[in-house]
Design a protein around this ligand. Structure first.
Ligand SMILES: *Cc1c(COP(=O)(O)O)cnc(C)c1O
Length: 409
């Protein structure tokens, strides 16, 4: 059989991995009502005893994660920036961050004027605990921005032990871990603050939006004022006492990073669907992981059984292949409608990036082990609509792609 015949037998994926989840009908109806009322600003007047959609969503997040306060903002990147700033990060302060993350994370550190210190990751895409300990001791950094990137949850017991030992505030980036736990406890409930995303390609699709959760009244009051509450903070439900606001109101600027009422309205009914979405994604994840890890040369990232993760994406490595071969695999997959992202790519593209590419902040060569892991790391999204047939198609396409590049002289 020639290569052409091989390719002809390879299916084209009949699922669009880039298509987002539709808004539930209940959300659409509520959004239409809201638009008719014109009350798109979150601080409109509400009837006595009634919560605005934004305050309602905040309250529900606080309850779901088990924290006292929640603050809605316009993105997770903004949430991370506000959490850094409101937890005391000042310009020039060093901020530890794991090297497997997304551009808005180093971006949030830059926004707060911080200086990122990249902490290495291990083969499982988790923060390297030895390197964390060493960098904490060497730099004296007092903040760790821990990104649960693509849903990979590091050993939070160990991370918190190290953080406590060094007097480090942990801020959790939970953009991919809404609905996920570490040993039964929700992510976002370990650090001083947890930040979630409502962006279209995360677990709840409001277009744009972010939520900060915390138990710290000073952090919460500052975040609310910083987010642009026009001193209308009594309209927040999951908020600290007046005392905290009195302390911060005169010395805290307004950055106008508010959550819109429309985003909150379309997000709310999706919370009710979340468990079902997660069940479907995790089902697809297990299938896909089993099929892909059976392919020679393909490694699916190993998971710790204590991670109760949400399988909204799957990461695989092609450690024995070079950049030219991986590039050819990406092209082959794309020609069969399978959209793989590749973190090792020279050019940042479509959600991929790695520390060496953040030229605005990172001295080059800071995380060589992370660079080596990301060099061959690929990534695909798992929408809830992925079926067993789709998983089989994907595995067939990837197997053919790998076969083609490894059987060329
Ligand atoms: C998407 C994402 C963010 C930022 O979320 P936005 O709401 O788009 O700002 C942060 N961290 C990770 C890991 C993400 O995937």
């Amino acid at each position: 059989m020639t290569t052409t015949d091989d390719q002809a037998a390879v299916p084209t994926l009949d699922l669009d991995l880039t298509s987002p989840e539709p808004i539930p009908e209940a959300g659409i109806a509520k959004a239409v009502d809201l638009m008719r009322s014109g009350r798109l600003f979150r601080y409109g007047e509400t009837a006595p005893g009634q919560l605005s959609p934004a305050a309602d969503l905040e309250q529900k997040f606080a309850t779901a994660i088990g924290r006292r306060y929640a603050i809605g903002v316009n993105s997770c990147g903004a949430a991370l920036f506000l959490a850094l700033r409101a937890s005391g990060v000042a310009p020039g302060d060093r901020v530890l961050v794991n090297g497997f993350t997304l551009a808005p994370v180093p971006g949030a550190i830059a926004h707060a004027g911080g200086v990122p210190v990249i902490v290495e990751i291990d083969q499982r895409c988790m923060i390297d605990l030895d390197d964390l300990e060493q960098q904490a001791a060497e730099t004296g950094a007092k903040t760790l921005l821990l990104s649960h990137m693509r849903g990979h949850i590091s050993n939070l017991d160990e991370v918190m032990t190290i953080a406590t030992r060094h007097g480090i505030n942990v801020i959790e980036d939970c953009a991919h871990t809404l609905g996920a736990n570490w040993v039964g406890r929700p992510t976002g409930s370990f650090g001083v603050a947890g930040c979630f995303s409502l962006q279209t390609f995360k677990h709840i699709n409001a277009g744009e939006g972010g939520i900060i959760v915390t138990d710290d009244p000073d952090l919460a009051a500052q975040a609310i004022i910083l987010s642009g509450s026009y001193m209308l903070y009594p309209q927040h439900a999951a908020r600290p006492d007046e005392e905290a606001f009195e302390k911060w109101r005169a010395v805290t600027p307004n950055f106008s990073l508010r959550l819109s009422a429309l985003a909150a309205t379309v997000a709310l009914p999706q919370l009710d669907e979340l468990d079902e979405r997660i069940r479907k994604m995790n089902h697809a994840y297990e299938r896909l992981a089993a099929e892909l890890s059976a392919i020679d040369g393909v490694e699916v990232i190993e998971r710790d059984p204590r991670e109760e993760f949400v399988g909204s994406s799957l990461q695989l490595r092609l450690p024995s292949l070079d950049a030219g071969q991986i590039g050819a695999i990406i092209d082959f997959c794309r020609s069969h409608k399978l959209d793989l992202k590749w973190f090792g790519q020279e050019r940042m593209e479509g959600f991929t990036s790695r520390p060496a590419q953040w030229k605005y902040i990172t001295p080059s060569g800071q995380a060589p082990r992370t660079e080596e892991i990301l060099r061959s790391l690929c990534d695909m999204r798992i929408p809830p609509s992925m079926t067993a047939d789709h998983c089989r198609q994907i595995a067939t396409i990837v197997a053919a792609a790998v076969h083609n590049v490894t059987h060329q002289q």
